[in-house]
Design a protein around this ligand. Structure first.
Ligand SMILES: Cc1ncc(COP(=O)(O)O)c(C=O)c1O
Length: 359
């Protein structure tokens, strides 16, 4: 074990609650009193079936998911959802509307184009995706409107739930469970687990049942939401480890008071860090102030030639995972739900100290 706590700012897989990791370690040794490891027993045994039931119930409770929605866990990451959404929800001869707010949204658009016609209603590519477009019209005949609520690479986030006249589909991979959300405004939400709720391997999908009733096509089973809903995420062997840890994370979220409490803590952590970025003479934030993400805080040194010095300085202070995505450069502090305020304080302290030495 390292002598010092290492503060984990990784963009994903990212930091998880210690309680979830401890729960996972116990279950790897002795799952639910079976005397066997979680990853060696049948997913159809009563012990894992209980986990699956609980994780769905906890998701519904935490996110306030109304009746008429299903929660499923599938594989293939959020990247498979880019295609699956269009395959299921874009009928022949119709078009889908997309808001292009970054690399992941662009990938979602490209995959949907393999299925049918796509209209990009607005894009922030003109300013390297540093803001969220606000002025656009979604065609009334679009089969659905796809948004990315948090842009992990560029550090921008939609801070409220949009009103949409056509079914609203959201990639919430990097801000799921970070704030209370009005689920009734969405028709389908998907989120790869590995940022805010668990290890890589499972993708949570929340889908309005009515939306699935409108699907006319025959689809390959593994790409058909109806198959996964009908089989309670057990059409094939589910990613048992990932789902178990997601449930442990949900239990932790409930123990701290749910999503409104989590949101308060997230606002505090982000406020602390953005405050330092704005005050510190050496650094500058890269995202439009009103669209700043509470999850991924992107910033650069005004003098780029000092980048390596700051990285080394962070390493000496046990701050890990701060390198910005190659398309933005600079630094990205991912401060997901499970990141404690102490870690953000450690980064702020390091930035201050660095400025007192070099400014
Ligand atoms: C917003 C967003 N969508 C999609 C993805 C792709 O996820 P996956 O690697 O699970 O396919 C990512 C990964 O970082 C992401 O941040």
């Amino acid at each position: 074990m390292p002598q010092h706590k290492v503060h984990n700012f990784s963009a994903g897989p990212g930091v998880l609650p210690q309680a979830a990791i401890d729960g996972a370690m116990d279950a790897l040794r002795n799952f639910s009193g079976t005397g066997l490891s979680l990853i060696t027993v049948s997913h159809r045994g009563k012990e894992f079936e209980a986990v699956m039931e609980e994780v769905v119930a906890n998701a519904k409770e935490l996110l306030g998911i109304p009746a008429g929605y299903s929660v499923i866990f599938v594989q293939g990451g959020a990247s498979l959802q880019f295609y699956m959404v269009a395959l299921n929800l874009l009928p022949n001869g119709r078009k889908a509307a997309y808001l292009n707010t970054g690399t992941w949204a662009t990938k979602a658009i490209q995959e949907a184009q393999l299925v049918g016609q796509v209209e990009v209603v607005a894009s922030s590519e003109d300013k390297n995706f540093s803001y969220i477009p606000k002025q656009y019209a979604v065609p009334a005949d679009a089969a659905y409107f796809h948004i990315t609520t948090n842009n992990t690479i560029y550090g921008t986030e939609l801070h409220s739930d949009l009103d949409s006249k056509v079914p609203l589909v959201a990639d919430m991979s990097s801000d799921i469970c970070s704030r209370p959300v009005d689920i009734s405004k969405y028709d389908l939400i998907y989120a790869g687990a590995q940022k805010n709720i668990g290890p890589a391997g499972a993708t949570m999908v929340i889908v309005k049942d009515e939306l699935l009733q409108g699907i006319q096509k025959k689809l390959p089973s593994m790409l058909d939401y109806r198959v996964h809903v009908k089989n309670g995420s057990m059409y094939n062997t589910p990613p048992v480890f990932s789902i178990f840890v997601i449930n442990e994370t949900f239990k932790w979220l409930k123990s701290i008071g749910g999503l409104s409490e989590m949101y308060k803590l997230n606002l505090e952590k982000a406020g602390l860090l953005y405050g330092e970025i704005d005050e510190n003479p050496l650094f500058v934030g890269t995202a439009a102030v009103e669209d700043r993400s509470l999850m991924n805080v992107c910033f650069v040194l005004k003098d780029k030639s000092m980048d390596n010095e700051f990285f080394d300085y962070c390493k000496q202070h046990h701050l890990s995972g701060l390198k910005g995505h190659r398309s933005v450069g600079g630094f990205r502090a991912s401060i997901y739900n499970a990141m404690g305020r102490d870690s953000v304080e450690a980064l702020v302290h390091t930035m201050k100290e660095f400025a007192s030495k070099y400014a």
